[in-house]
Design a protein around this ligand. Sequence first.
Ligand SMILES: [Zn+2]
Ligand SMILES: [Zn+2]
Length: 400
Amino acid sequence: MSTKDFIEKDYYKVLGVPRDATEAEIKKAYRKLARENHPDANEGDAKAEERFKNVSEAYDVLGDAKRRKEYDEARALFGNGGFRQGPGGGGQFNFDLGDLFGGGPGQQPGGGAGAPGGAAGGFGGGLGDVFGGLFNRGGPGATRTQPRRGQDVESEVTLSFTEAVSGATVPLRMSSSAACKSCSGTGDKNGTPRVCSTCVGTGQVSRGGGGGFSLTDPCVDCRGRGLIAQDPCDACRGSGRATSSRTMQVRIPPGVDDGQRIRLRGKGAPGERGGPHGDLYVVVHVDEHPLFGRRGDNLTLTVPVTFPEAALGGEIKVPTLGGPPVTLKLPPGTPGGRTMRARGKGAVRKDGTRGDLLVTIEIAVPREMGDAARKALTEYRAAAEGEDPRAGLFEAAKGD
Ligand SMILES: [Zn+2]
Ligand SMILES: [Zn+2]
């Protein structure tokens, strides 16, 4: 059951009863029409079937005192089969949207200047019921006033290398669009915008797409809001939206990489009319670490070793990021540039496991040496004479 149905369909006419018919009269009329048009009694008669549907639909509303009241009020508000013309023409209405916007300007009898008498005055507190009753029921014509999901918001954050690897909770200052406080989101100085006549308050306009389906576009006249300010609010210039900035603590999961865009569900702008929050997207920048590097899930580290350590082998202790050092066993004859792996000492993966720490060995050459060391090294040179590491280079250089 949509608003459009309420506006377009004359259920009293369908049942053939006057507007002031009693409950008993409505029931009687319905029973008679239902019996006459019942599909069982009119097999293969498509028109009877259609009538039966319409009669059932009409009774669904008029047969229920509460829904009949809503229907009557909606039609009084929107007119019968279209908009009732106000004195200013254009088929526009003024009414108090206090209830609709919740915590708004409250009951303002009569609305703004030039209000066509009756429409607003007659409703007062009843309007909330009308909208609540009609719009919460769903249906294609009711999208505008249904809860609407908040906007997605994008932000940026710069993390230290360690924070990126281990995860961190960081304060994030964000500006987002929220309902304007001055006008309670109505966009109107007096809190009395009129319903857009172009889209009948739905905020959407459908155009035939051919092939039996239609496409909907946001309404141009009201920019998809369904409402138009009569006396635009100074604070928001009639948009009903204001920029608000807030700081919130955001949990960045471990293992994020520089340039990564992460999505935090439900941390975006608040929804409208009780709709859910949008999502927050955070683009992460990661500072470099003076020591460690990053290659996917793995951390990298270059470790200097002495020539004797590399040549003779031995155990070396290397630091890890945020944990105790690990000891690596260098096999005798380890060349410079070799990479060794410390398992599970890398960055945290999505599944909670960790990558590895890739340790690249670099042969450190002492800048200065003590006499004893120099003497020993000179002796070593003499002992190792005849070993030429460049022997193969010249032959290879001549090759094709
Ligand atoms: Zn519109
Ligand atoms: Zn405003």
